[in-house]
Design a binder for this molecule. Structure first.
Ligand code: IPM
Ligand code: MN
Length: 369
């Protein structure tokens, strides 16, 4: 019995999460695993009402669940930064989810803006460090509000933080078993402290992984190759800030934010899965947002829980769905949010239905202080 915390969040988060849960329910009925959902109403609305973003007591509760499914954070009436830092980054840091795993995969039928590139060319994974770098929030202003003002923003890269991320990336490259090629994406020519440490550690670890081919690309060149020759990549490992930027580019070449999913992973603890796009406030409640990113995030969550067959079933079904939704990336799916969820459920492999297993009832709790 898995205990799954659900944080639907803001804007269109709840509607895409609903479709993810619809697929989860269907697949669990087929594969016979059981789960309990615990709902948390964190996000902009709650913050506006109570002034509270994420209480410590909730973090302690979340430490005890098996996994977390997150919708989106960001509210038009809440100053940028409050929810992003107070909720999303707070969870990533507190739960030590030191890997942000972001597959960039073009599914059949999905339009990519890259000319002459298809699903066989766009299929790689970005391993983004998720708890350090520029995201640590260290820095200062000197002479604030004067013409002598200097703003300093520190990128912190600890050996331990870098090493555990690189180790994960090497192991992941082996497990993925595609080209077995790991590219370090950095900026050794300018950021000579941070990337010196990253490069030294990358090279040192490579001795333990003789089967993994290694490569290095500066972040600016990485952006260029992602557009020009995305087929060169298998697994890319990079720091928090560069990972943030290149995965938005990655989302675009795989068909848009509506399809891009990611996992915030603590291999030894509680992980959290999310569609990587934002809360799209102006589309809230309109039933037009593509829920495939949330559905794919749900698939990644099951993979992480060890339900690999269920995860594979979801991915196959998503691929059948995208084949039918060929106008998807033009911003017009041709289907409503709910219809896309239904389409994925419909194409789950019915041969996998187990006898005598019914979908269990969800016990949903509202979180109150
Ligand atoms: C992401 C987002 C976040 C990040 C923001 C919302 C803090 O852009 O998940 O990529 O920068 O990591
Ligand atoms: Mn981002």
């Amino acid at each position: 019995m898995y205990k799954i915390a659900v944080i639907p969040g803001d804007g269109t988060g709840p509607e895409v999460v609903r479709e993810g849960l619809k697929v989860l329910e269907a697949v669990s009925g087929m594969k016979g695993f059981k789960y309990e959902l615990v709902n948390y109403d964190f996000g902009g609305e709650r913050y506006k009402k109570t002034g509270e973003v994420l209480p410590e007591s909730a973090i302690d509760e979340l430490r005890k669940v098996d996994t977390i499914f997150l919708g989106a954070v960001g509210h038009p009436d809440v100053k940028p930064g409050i929810l992003e830092k107070g909720l999303l980054l707070k969870l990533r840091f507190s739960l030590d989810q030191y890997i942000n795993l972001r597959p960039v995969k073009l599914y059949p039928g999905v339009l990519t803006p890259l000319k002459d590139k298809g699903p066989e060319d766009i299929d790689f994974v970005v391993v983004r460090e998720n708890t350090e770098g520029l995201y640590v929030g260290e820095g200062e202003f000197t002479d604030k509000d004067t013409d002598k003002e200097v703003a300093i923003q520190i990128s912190r890269n600890s050996y331990k933080g870098v090493e555990r991320c690189l180790k994960y990336a090497y192991e992941y490259t082996l497990k993925r078993n595609k080209e077995k090629k790991l590219t370090l994406c950095g900026k050794t020519n300018v950021l000579t402290y941070a990337w010196d440490l990253w490069e030294r550690t990358f090279n040192k670890l490579s001795a333990n992984y003789p089967d993994v081919k290694t490569d290095y690309a500066h972040v600016d060149a990485t952006c260029m190759w992602m557009v020009k020759n995305p087929e060169w990549f298998d697994v890319i490992v990079t720091d928090n800030m560069f990972g943030d930027i290149i995965t938005d580019l990655g989302a675009m070449i795989q068909g848009g934010m509506g399809i891009a999913a990611g996992g915030n992973i603590n291999p030894e603890g509680v992980s959290m899965f999310e569609p990587i796009g934002g809360s799209a406030p102006k589309y809230t409640g309109k039933d037009v947002i593509n829920p495939l990113a949330a559905i794919c995030a749900c698939g990644m969550m099951l993979e992480n829980l060890g339900e690999t067959e269920a995860a594979a079933m979801i991915e196959k079904s998503v691929m059948k769905a995208t084949t039918m939704m060929d106008s998807m990336s033009a911003g017009r799916m041709g289907y409503s949010t709910q219809e896309v969820g239904d389409l994925v459920v419909k194409h789950l492999d019915k041969s996998k239905i187990l006898n005598n297993i019914k979908c269990q009832k969800h016990k949903t709790q509202k979180y109150t202080i």
